[in-house]
Design a protein around this ligand. Structure first.
Ligand SMILES: [Zn+2]
Length: 186
């Protein structure tokens, strides 16, 4: 079903638009869209799927503007390596950061994005910790999520898409690998 999804790349102007709030209760159409997004995202993590769809790249998050829907919805899915809590997986609608740490974190390998084919080397500094309120379209209820480190970075990357912001916008062009004192390398 999700083979119909086409990923919007970063040269397409709609990817740079601010997305609109999603009316709640969630409509059947919006629920179907966010379900399809999660199916696609999980498919990209499947080697067989990527063999059949060479254009598909592996991802851990996907925001609705990346499939051409400028609505404030995103999905996240990745394994944690923790036996008790093996999967981080969210379908979030209208997410908002309600508090954040001053402390910053960055991925030592830099960030990537399904919408960005070129390499953009450099560190992307984000809040080490965020508290996010959203409507959870898996549980179909309002949730408050506290995320730190990698989890916080992925959330902020996907939420940026809802405001038309891409990871490389945050890279210091003059000094892409500058280290901010007190920041956490993830
Ligand atoms: Zn992205």
């Amino acid at each position: 079903m999700s083979t119909m999804i086409n990923i919007v790349k970063d040269k397409i102007p709609t990817l740079r638009e601010k997305s609109v709030e999603v009316p709640l209760p969630l409509s059947k159409e919006d629920k179907a869209t966010i379900d399809e997004m999660l199916v696609y995202l999980k498919n990209t993590q499947n080697e067989e799927f990527r063999k059949e769809h060479p254009e598909a790249r592996e991802g851990v998050g996907l925001a609705a503007p990346q499939i051409g829907v400028n609505k404030r919805m995103l999905v996240i899915s990745y394994p944690t390596g923790d036996e008790k809590d093996p999967l981080v997986e969210y379908q979030l609608v209208n997410p908002k950061i309600i508090s954040n740490s001053i402390k910053k974190a960055y991925l030592s390998c830099g960030e990537g994005c399904l919408s960005v084919d070129e390499e953009h080397p450099g560190y992307v500094y984000r809040h080490f910790k965020v508290v996010v309120k959203a409507f959870d379209a898996t549980k179909m209820e309002n949730v408050t999520i506290t995320a730190r480190g990698y989890d916080a970075i992925v959330l902020q990357h996907e939420m940026d898409h809802l405001d038309g912001v891409l990871f490389y916008d945050h890279i210091d062009k003059k000094d892409p690998f500058k280290v901010i004192p007190g920041s956490v390398e993830v």
